[in-house]
Design a protein around this ligand. Structure first.
Ligand code: AMP
Length: 598
């Protein structure tokens, strides 16, 4: 029920006193955005004035924007690699941050094939927590009565490793779920989840998923919203249900737990929750044994009001599949964040996915924006780019996000391209356009053109023994299967037909490609089971020429035509698929361990 109008917010009437405070915070921070940004920058620069990095640029203790902008360069991860390596190797001196680096957050963005290591400091957890605390108050403005039930969220921790100097390296969500901020969060009637902490915190992905699904099934009438971080994660959960419903129904029928669940914490939790429920088991078996899984989410969880998953950016490819399984439930994209920094939230979370805009919260970091002009002169000639401040961006324009964080990244290029769609008070709202240089993505993996080319070269080595070469290739992220997988179309030149590569050899080529893809891809294949085996489809000779003819018939210039290294336009896919002569899949898992290769 809305609280009285005395504390109403311009965003809408808050659902409770706690929400009123959160909405008021959003209002104040977004109204005074420029002052907040100035304060954030001054805080970051003054507390880190004695760091090696800031001293190097002779900031001499200045904390104002003009001096900062005139002396501190804009950088990429690669520029910071030497400092990061020293910290990873155990140098505890104040290199980037005056506060001790508490751990490294491993980004899904990679550098030289390995996850980027983002330094973080203890207090950043408070900042992340603060952003999380704003999400439900905003959602409650749009969806009533979320305190009358629970959320079924599939959340997971991932493998951790240690750097040579002994610092933990793990994904930001693993760090958050393992923190007291998450584990001992106070009870909030609007944010009760069916998954017990023990299930979320279990590193074995099967046991974690199984127990979260079981709890969600047992409480199926209480579930008001279903979610995962990304759309791909929720679809993986649906696939898991397809593969495991018989055993899940058995557990529900008998009130006993699958012997594959060995984690003592989970077993204790399930023992408390499970009792024989034959009717529920019958219902689940009846629904899941149907051939048609259309609308399965609302059949099993009939009170679901929305799906809480990110479907912006690379995840947009999953919208049709989610619609199929949910019968078109609203898709809520609530926040925009990264390992480097949490950025902001969606103030209108029930809008259509294509209309999602994220409002940057000016208290999280100091934000600057590099006007995005793909082949602009400065990037090629080295002249200084002009970065625009948060409140000065212009509606309709595209920018690359550049951040200065409390943890010690200064004018760091995140690599995301954003378009300004409007303002909330003085803070811009951004449509996530894309991440730079990503060709293929199924889950959190991001493969760029150079990595695909390297993988191609690795596989081509095998073909050389058969006097065969790849004349042309392109790729496609096939998300019709769950998990999705990379498809690579090859046109081959077989010089010695008597010794042409066999089916097995081409299968090995698939694996050779996977072996040289980055560690996030390989982790998705090996540990998370979020990416299926890579497929090579060999197409008839002349197919790529037909592709060119098609592009030219649609207006491409012959002189400038280049084979697209990734395709997803239906007529092109149809052309390619109609020319396939054989298909081959990776016969094994590529190598992957949590330890870094370097
Ligand atoms: P990571 O460094 O692995 O935490 O990944 C962070 C990146 O994920 C961001 O820089 C974005 O490219 C992407 N990302 C995060 N949140 C969203 C979102 N809401 N919509 C689209 N892409 C997102």
């Amino acid at each position: 029920m809305a609280v009285d109008s005395a504390i109403s917010s311009p965003l809408g009437p808050p659902a409770c006193e706690k929400d009123a405070k959160a909405l008021q915070f959003i209002e104040e921070t977004t109204r005074n955005a420029d002052a907040v940004q100035e304060r954030v920058l001054a805080e970051i620069l003054s507390r880190n004035a004695e760091t090696e990095y800031l001293k190097r640029f002779k900031l001499h203790g200045a904390t104002d924007r003009d001096t900062f902008k005139s002396v501190i360069p804009m950088i990429t991860y690669e520029d910071l690699q030497p400092e990061i390596q020293r910290i990873a190797n155990g140098d505890r001196s104040p290199i980037l941050s005056a506060h001790p680096i508490s751990e490294f957050l491993t980004s899904s963005g990679t550098s030289a094939g390995e996850r980027k290591l983002m330094p973080t400091i203890q207090e950043e957890l408070d900042r992340r927590q603060l952003l999380y605390s704003l999400l439900m108050p905003v959602m409650n403005l749009y969806v009533p009565d979320l305190d009358k039930g629970k959320g079924l969220y599939f959340l997971f921790v991932k493998a951790e490793s240690k750097t040579p100097g002994g610092l933990l390296a793990r994904p930001v969500l693993t760090s958050y779920y393992k923190s007291d901020h998450f584990k001992t969060r106070p009870y909030d009637p609007y944010n009760v989840q069916t998954s017990p902490n023990e299930a979320i915190l279990c590193a074995d992905s099967f046991q974690s998923m199984y127990s979260q699904m079981l709890c969600g099934l047992v409480e199926r009438h209480q579930v008001l919203r279903l979610g995962a971080v990304f759309a791909s994660g929720l679809l993986r959960a649906i696939r898991f249900l397809q593969l495991n419903w018989t055993q899940l129904a058995h557990d529900i029928r008998t009130g006993t737990v699958n012997p594959k669940i060995t984690d003592p914490g989970i077993k204790d939790c399930l023992a408390r929750i499970l009792k024989p429920q034959p009717e529920l088991a019958d219902f689940i078996a009846k629904e899941c044994s149907k051939d048609n899984w259309e609308g399965i989410i609302t059949r099993i969880w009939p009170n679901t009001k929305y799906l809480d998953v990110i479907v912006t950016g690379a995840m947009a490819q999953y919208i049709p599949t989610l619609d199929h399984y949910s019968g078109g439930l609203p898709l809520a994209c609530t926040m925009y964040a990264s390992s480097e920094c949490y950025f902001g939230l969606n103030l209108n979370p029930m809008c259509k996915p294509s209309e999602v805009s994220y409002t940057i919260m000016p208290n999280m970091a100091y934000f600057e924006f590099l006007p995005h002009e793909p082949n602009s002169a400065w990037s090629t000639r080295g002249s200084s780019p002009k970065l625009v401040d948060l409140v000065d961006v212009e509606v309709g324009k595209e920018y690359e996000l550049v951040i200065t964080t409390y943890a010690g990244l200064y004018r760091y290029r995140v690599g995301d391209i954003l378009r300004v769609t409007g303002f909330h008070n003085s803070v811009p709202q951004f449509h996530f356009v894309r991440r730079k240089n990503v060709l293929l993505s199924i889950d959190s993996d991001k493969t760029d053109e150079a990595e695909l080319q390297k993988a191609m070269e690795n596989a081509s080595e095998i073909l050389r023994n058969f006097n065969t070469s790849v004349v042309e290739y392109t790729s496609y992220a096939d998300t019709k299967t769950i998990p999705g997988h990379y498809v690579i179309y090859w046109e081959l030149l077989v010089k010695d037909p008597a010794n042409s590569p066999s089916h097995e050899v081409l299968n090995r080529c698939c694996l050779a490609m996977e072996e040289s893809l980055n560690s996030v891809y390989r982790q998705g294949r090996v540990a998370d089971n979020s990416i299926g085996p890579l497929e090579i489809r060999v197409v008839k000779n002349g197919t790529f020429e037909e592709l060119m003819d098609y592009a030219i018939s649609r207006g491409a210039s012959i002189n400038q035509y280049k084979v697209p290294r990734c395709v997803n336009f239906t007529p092109i896919m149809e052309l390619l698929d109609s020319r396939v002569v054989s298909a081959h899949f990776s016969p094994a898992l590529p190598r992957w361990t949590p330890e870094r290769r370097r």
